[in-house]
Design a protein around this ligand. Structure first.
Ligand SMILES: [Zn+2]
Ligand SMILES: [Zn+2]
Length: 106
């Protein structure tokens, strides 16, 4: 997977996900809890640009612990500041998205 993407030159914007993104992001991202929000920072697993992502989150909290053992899974979008060709106006990042599992401490 991913072998069709060049390693040099700007990646075009594509809304895409890959199981490897989640694994790479989990290993390289810093997760900081700010009370009402969660600040993520690290490198996008697709384009390798630095990015940060603030999740202002109500669902992040334990709202239904009895029926939702997988609370903490969130979809994260690349929000790097770099240019990616073919990106629609008003959007940021390269289009990559992945699922991040937040460790929720009771
Ligand atoms: Zn990028
Ligand atoms: Zn990216």
């Amino acid at each position: 997977m991913g072998d069709d993407e060049p390693t040099a030159g700007p990646l075009p914007y594509t809304e895409v996900t890959d199981e490897a993104y989640a694994a790479r992001a989990a290993a390289g991202f810093t997760v900081r809890e700010l009370g009402f929000a969660v600040l993520l920072s690290g490198q996008c697993p697709r384009c390798d640009h630095s990015m940060s992502n603030t999740l202002v989150d109500d669902l992040y909290r334990r709202v239904a612990p009895a029926t939702a053992p997988d609370l903490g899974y969130r979809t994260v979008l690349c929000e790097c500041d770099a240019d990616h060709p073919a990106r629609p106006d008003g959007l940021r990042g390269c289009g990559a998205y992945w699922t991040l599992r937040l460790e929720v401490e009771a």
